[in-house]
Design a protein around this ligand. Structure first.
Ligand SMILES: [Zn+2]
Length: 384
């Protein structure tokens, strides 16, 4: 039993991040773990975070969605959690996967404002409507997770809808996220020196995170501040440019990843490169045979996404996402091409990678639950 729960917590760990390009909603962890009515279980349970993430996945019709969790420091010693759960949250804090704060205050709304993200919370925030007008102006920006038939469901505080609505990054957010920041406190998990490393392309950010994946600074009297340490952050120069790409297999967006100009990313059946995007777990036997371990390489150069086929069998480009066979452009092994705004690269029929905002989920599906212990699944792909 203990082992199974550990596996579920590991799966949930893959869904928390403070990367501004990957997070899809903001949550207050101390609040979410106490939604006792969702499962009628213990007063506090970390598994409820997984249930809320699953609900978000269902609403967005996308797999592997990640959330930005703000955590009150008291949670690290909360006696209502199991010792295992407390240990897990501490690890997330040490790795910078969540923000642990002495006094979260309105940090959750600040993050949502800077990044343009929806907020999943039962709190009404009436007193903050002046500072954050989108609380009322954009129905769907704040949704309460409530008990539903197949797990939690969402109800918008304004308008009563159930779909999370993303806004735009605020002008301040865009400005802050154009720079990289440095915290003077040694070992700061959020704004540490880090540098180098390719771990940013992986789901786990960790201590050697890239500056491209740094969270948004807090603003105190207009000064960029470390939300954890409350000290002024140093400006460490321009932040590397990024593009968010998405993998779609069998019509379902399986995961997103960040391509930064700092480092190329290889996608394939089982890439050997650090930060590689592994697709093998979503492929059927035929697709596995066709797709090389490392199949395509992506690079971001002067704002352009360059895709290079590094496979044995080659790939194709679907210009402007067209699924018409006549439009498909072959990409032979070792050939490169600039990926146009709406283009997708197709590694095998039904296995596509393109810019995340241009690659909607195109088929009805059930997202892989973060609560399942072994999320392996062989997809049946449409035949060419
Ligand atoms: Zn700090």
């Amino acid at each position: 039993m203990r082992f199974e729960i550990s596996k579920v917590l590991d799966a949930i760990e893959g869904r928390v991040c403070t990367d501004p390009s990957l997070a899809r909603a903001v949550v207050d962890l101390a609040e979410v773990i106490r939604y006792q009515d969702i499962d009628g279980g213990r007063p506090a349970s970390l598994l409820r975070l997984g249930m809320v993430i699953d609900a978000l996945s269902r609403e967005l019709e996308e797999d592997s969605v990640q959330v930005y969790a703000v955590v009150h420091r008291a949670l690290l010693s909360d006696a209502d959690l199991t010792s295992n759960e407390r240990m897990v949250v501490r690890r997330w804090a040490d790795d910078g996967l969540v923000e642990v704060l002495d006094n979260p205050g309105d940090r959750m709304l600040e993050v949502a404002d800077l990044l343009g993200l929806p907020v999943l919370s039962r709190v009404r925030f009436d007193g903050l409507r002046g500072r954050f007008p989108w609380l009322v102006e954009q129905p769907g920006r704040v949704l309460a997770p409530v008990p539903g038939a197949g797990g939690p469901a969402f109800i918008a505080h304004v308008g009563g809808g159930h779909s999370p609505v993303a806004g735009k990054r605020s002008p301040t957010g865009a400005k802050l996220l154009a720079r990289q920041w440095r915290c003077p406190e040694s070992g700061c998990a959020l704004f540490g020196s880090g540098g180098g490393g390719g771990a940013f392309a992986d789901l786990a950010g960790g201590a050697d995170r890239s500056p491209a994946g740094q969270p948004p600074p807090a603003l105190r009297n207009g000064v960029p501040t470390c939300p954890r340490h409350g000290v002024r952050l140093g400006d460490a120069g321009p932040r590397p440019r990024t593009e968010v790409l998405a993998v779609r297999v069998g019509g379902l967006v399986r995961r997103r990843f960040v391509l930064s100009e700092e480092q190329p990313v290889v996608a394939g059946r089982a890439p050997e490169q650090e930060g590689g995007i592994m697709l093998g777990q979503w492929l059927n036997d035929e697709a596995r045979r066709w797709i090389s371990r490392g199949h395509v390489r992506f690079e971001l150069r002067v704002g352009e996404v360059i895709v290079t086929d590094v496979s044995t069998n080659g790939s194709g480009i679907r210009p402007a996402g067209s699924m018409a066979e006549a439009d498909r452009i072959a990409l032979a092994p070792q050939q490169s091409r600039v990926l146009g705004e709406n283009d997708m690269v197709e590694l095998y029929p039904g296995v596509q990678i393109g810019r995340a905002e241009e690659l909607p989920t195109g088929a009805p599906f059930t997202p892989t639950s973060v609560m399942a212990e072994a999320p392996t699944m062989a997809m049946r792909l449409p035949r060419p």
